[in-house]
Design a protein around this ligand. Structure first.
Ligand code: FES
Length: 269
């Protein structure tokens, strides 16, 4: 056995060392499959959302607005669902002003970090598979230090959830503005808003905000109750992360199909 004496422990026992194994991994199962699927799906989503964000067209079809463009805050916006706050250069898509929040929220999400650290950065790609990097500094330096902003993206994301829920409520109006309409698009926007709420409420930061820093739950029964609910949802956070990602892309795609007259909305009443 080799190694230095553990300082300050009052013992001459040497600490255990890792076994020196030349192979990158001894795993024989298909450990690479999950990181590969993650890369493919995330690249597809990033490509689709980038194209749509820069397209600057086909994001509104009365009474539906794409979640990629909501809240639409410039005077150049298609449709009229949110107060127009300023006139930006027409070559800048209105989506660019707002996407930084949902993007930052997902990018700093604890689950997505695990997913893209493993799949893109391979740090490490899977359990018991060595990473290709020689040094590990974790999230102690820039730019990864910025992951600590997650809590603030969470707060900002809640505002977006309220706005997208508002959009879903407006989708109960017809083209003339009269209430009582319901089409497939209404359900799509409602489902999208609901999934985004589930994704946000199951967030690890949310769990800490409602139940963290307490010494005694019995003195805070309400917070304990919230914490219990959030903890249950938190166990499914990975699922909500993926389903809400598909949900938001599908909601945008549905509005795109309507706005380009590729399909017409299925109306229930
Ligand atoms: Fe995933 Fe907060 S941990 S959204």
């Amino acid at each position: 056995r080799t190694g230095a004496v553990t300082p300050g422990r009052g013992t001459t026992e040497t600490p255990p060392r890792r076994a020196a194994i030349a192979a990158r991994t001894l795993r024989t199962d298909r450990w690479w499959l999950q990181p590969l699927v993650t890369v493919v799906v995330l690249v597809l989503f990033i490509a689709y959302s980038t194209v749509r964000a820069f397209q600057n067209a086909h994001y509104f079809s009365e009474p539906y607005i794409s979640p990629f463009y909501s809240p639409c805050i410039t005077t150049d916006c298609e449709g009229d669902t949110f107060p127009e706050l300023f006139t930006g250069p027409s070559w800048i898509s209105p989506a660019i002003y707002i996407l930084v929040i949902p993007l930052g929220f997902r990018l700093t999400c604890y689950y997505y970090r695990k997913a893209y650290y493993r799949s893109f950065w391979q740090s490490p790609p899977a359990c018991a598979v060595a990473e290709p990097h020689r040094r590990y500094t974790g999230e102690t330096r820039l730019p990864l230090l910025g992951q600590n902003l997650h809590r603030y993206f969470f707060y900002a994301g809640l505002v977006f959830n309220v706005i997208l829920t508002y959009d879903a409520v407006l989708a109960f109006r017809d083209e003339t503005g009269a209430w009582g309409h319901m089409g497939l698009g209404t359900l799509v926007l409602l489902a999208n808003a609901a999934l985004l709420w589930l994704y946000s409420v199951s967030c690890h930061s949310c769990r800490h905000i409602v139940g963290g820093r307490l010494n005694s739950f019995s003195r805070h029964p309400l917070r304990y109750r919230f914490w219990t609910v959030v903890s249950r949802l938190n166990a499914h956070h990975m699922k909500f992360a993926w389903v809400s990602l598909f949900g938001v892309a599908f909601a945008d795609f549905y509005v795109l199909l309507l706005a380009t007259d590729t399909i017409s909305d299925l109306r229930f009443f």
